[in-house]
Design a protein around this ligand. Structure first.
Ligand code: GLC
Length: 471
C-alpha cells in the first residue's frame, strides 16, 4: 500500500512544481522554480507550506522562497506572490501595500507571517542533501541558515517587545489556522460597520465569480461545491481580517507602532511551539556552520522559551492554550493547537500522557475508527466537520501531533495517528483537508503539503526522533 501511495505523492509534488516568471516592483521578471500549494487556485508560495512541501526536495525551491520573499529586517511574509496581479486568489498583492514599508523586498509579498517551521524543515533538507552530496548541503546551509537566523531575530526583537520569551501574532492568518474559534473573542472586540461589511461582500464577490468561472471552464461540479462559502469563513470574519490587514499597512508595517496598538496581539501556542523546534534545529545548523557566537544567542532564546512555556498550560483541562496579550488571559478553546507543545518537547511526561488520553477521547478522536485529530474539538460550540479550521482534519497539524507524541516517547499514539493519516489519504485522496465525520476529502485536490508529509510519514520514521535526541 505504502509504496503506491508514495509514488502518487511524488507525482503530485512533481506536477505542482513550476518554473515561473517572478515579477518585481521594478517591472523586471526572473525565472524561478516554485511549488505552490496546489496547481490551480493558489497563486504564490506560502511560508509554512513551503517548509513542509520541500522536506524531501532538493532545497532549491525552499531557498528561492526565502531569498525572494524575505524583508530587509528579517521578516518572512506568509505569501510570495508570483505576479503583481492575482486572477483568483484574494486578497492578492495589491491589498497588502507592502511598498509602505522601507523593509519590503522587490518581490510582491503579503505583510504578515506564518508559523516559523522553516528552521526544522531546512535542517531536514540539509541532512538529506549531506548524505548524497556534502557540497550541495553546505551551499544550502550557507544560503538558508543566515536568513532563518535573521527571521528568528526579527521575531524575538519585534514580536516580543516585553521580552517574555513568547512571540506574538497580529492577525489570525499568521497562526496558519485562519478561522480557528480561538480568535472569536479577540475578534469580537473589533467592531465592524455596515459599510465595512458591505465592502467586504463586494470584494469577496470576485471569489464567487471564480466559482462561476471554474464551472464554465469545465471544472468538476463537485470540486466547485467544495469552495462553497459554508466551508469558508463568513463575511463578518472577513471584514475583521481585512480591518487588521489594513491596520498593519496603515502603520507602514512598523512593529514599534503595531505591537502597542494592534487589537490582535496573541502569544499563539502552535506558533511558539514550532518556533522552539526551529530554534533547536537552528542551533544544530549554527554548530555545522561553526558559528559559535550565534550558538550562544540561540541557546539564550531556547532557555528563555523553556522558562516561560508553562504559562500556557492549564492544569484544570490538561491542555496548552494561547495567551491573549491584551487581556493576559489564556484562550481556553480546545483545538489541535493545544497539542503543539508536544512537538517542541515542552510537555512533561505526565502532561503528555494526559494529552494522549484527551486526544483519544470524545473531544477529539470521538467515535471515528481512525485516530485523527480534528482542527477544533468536537465539543466546541463552533465545531462543524466541514468548516476549514473549525473541525476538519488537516495533514500538517496532525503531522505535528504525531511527531510530537513520538518525541514524547508515546510511540503507540504516534504510530496510530501516522497509520490513520496513511489510510485517510489512501481512501480519500490527497486533499487540502478532510471532513472529520465522514473522512471525505475537502478543499483543493492534489495538495502539496498533504503529498509531501505522506512521504515523510511513510519513508522517514526515525529522522525526527534522532533529531531531538541530538538537540
Ligand atoms: C490556507 C490555510 C493556510 C495555508 C494556505 C495555503 O490559507 O489556512 O494555513 O498556509 O491556505 O495552503
Amino acid at each position: 500500500m505504502e509504496k503506491s501511495l508514495i509514488h502518487q505523492a511524488q507525482e503530485i509534488l512533481e506536477d505542482n512544481e513550476q518554473i515561473i516568471d517572478l515579477e518585481d516592483r521594478n517591472g523586471h521578471t526572473q525565472k524561478i522554480r516554485v511549488r505552490p500549494p496546489d496547481r490551480e487556485y493558489y497563486e504564490g508560495s506560502w511560508l509554512w507550506d513551503t517548509g513542509f512541501n520541500e522536506l524531501s526536495g532538493s532545497g532549491e525551491i525552499f531557498s528561492n522562497f526565502l531569498k525572494f520573499s524575505q524583508w530587509k529586517n528579517g521578516f518572512v511574509p506568509h505569501i510570495l506572490f508570483y505576479k503583481k496581479e492575482q486572477e483568483r486568489y484574494f486578497p492578492g498583492s495589491k491589498y497588502w501595500q507592502t511598498e509602505n514599508s522601507e523593509n519590503a523586498p522587490l518581490a510582491y509579498t503579503s505583510g504578515i507571517t506564518q508559523p516559523p517551521v522553516l528552521g526544522f524543515c531546512a535542517f531536514r533538507i540539509y541532512k538529506r542533501l549531506k548524505e548524497k552530496s556534502p557540497d550541495k548541503a553546505q551551499d544550502f546551509l550557507k544560503e538558508t541558515y543566515p536568513r532563518i537566523l535573521n527571521f528568528h531575530r526579527y521575531l524575538f526583537q519585534n514580536r516580543d517587545q516585553e521580552g517574555s520569551g513568547l512571540v506574538s501574532i497580529y492577525h489570525p492568518w499568521e497562526a496558519g489556522l485562519d478561522n480557528s474559534p480561538r480568535w472569536e473573542e479577540c475578534l469580537s472586540r473589533i467592531s465592524v460597520t455596515q459599510e465595512q461589511l458591505a465592502g467586504t461582500r463586494e470584494l469577496r464577490k470576485d471569489v464567487k465569480g471564480l466559482v462561476a468561472k471554474l464551472v464554465g471552464e469545465g471544472m468538476r461540479e463537485e470540486g466547485v461545491r467544495k469552495l462553497a462559502s459554508e466551508m469558508r469563513p463568513t463575511n463578518e470574519d472577513y471584514a475583521r481580517y481585512l480591518y487588521l490587514m489594513r491596520f498593519l499597512a496603515d502603520k507602514n508595517y512598523d512593529d514599534r507602532k503595531i505591537y502597542a496598538e494592534v487589537p490582535f496581539n496573541i502569544k499563539d501556542v502552535l506558533f511558539n511551539s514550532v518556533l522552539y523546534a526551529s530554534n533547536e534545529a537552528l542551533y544544530l545548523m549554527a554548530h555545522e556552520m561553526r558559528d559559535e557566537k550565534s550558538k550562544a544567542e540561540i541557546k539564550g532564546y531556547l532557555s528563555k522559551q523553556r522558562a516561560v512555556f508553562g504559562k500556557l498550560y492549564d492544569g484544570e483541562t490538561g491542555l496548552y492554550y494561547d495567551l491573549d496579550n491584551r487581556t493576559s488571559k489564556l484562550i481556553k478553546r480546545k483545538t489541535i493547537a493545544s497539542f503543539a507543545p508536544l512537538f517542541a518537547g515542552m510537555a512533561t511526561p505526565e502532561q503528555a500522557k494526559e494529552m494522549a488520553k484527551i486526544a483519544r477521547g470524545k473531544e477529539f478522536k470521538g467515535d471515528s475508527q481512525l485516530f485523527l485529530i480534528p482542527s477544533t474539538a468536537r465539543t466546541d460550540p463552533s465545531f462543524y466537520p466541514k468548516a476549514y479550521w473549525r473541525g476538519p482534519v488537516w495533514m500538517p497539524t496532525n503531522w505535528l501531533v504525531a511527531r510530537g507524541f513520538e518525541r514524547m516517547g508515546l510511540s503507540k499514539e504516534a504510530e496510530e495517528i501516522k497509520n490513520s493519516l496513511l489510510q485517510l489519504v489512501e481512501k480519500s485522496g490527497f486533499n487540502e483537508y478532510y471532513d472529520s465525520d465522514t473522512n471525505k476529502g475537502l478543499g483543493r485536490d492534489d495538495f502539496s503539503w498533504t503529498a509531501s508529509l505522506i512521504i515523510d510519514l511513510a519513508k522517514d520514521p526515525h529522522f525526527w526522533q534522532k533529531l531531538w535526541r541530538v538537540g
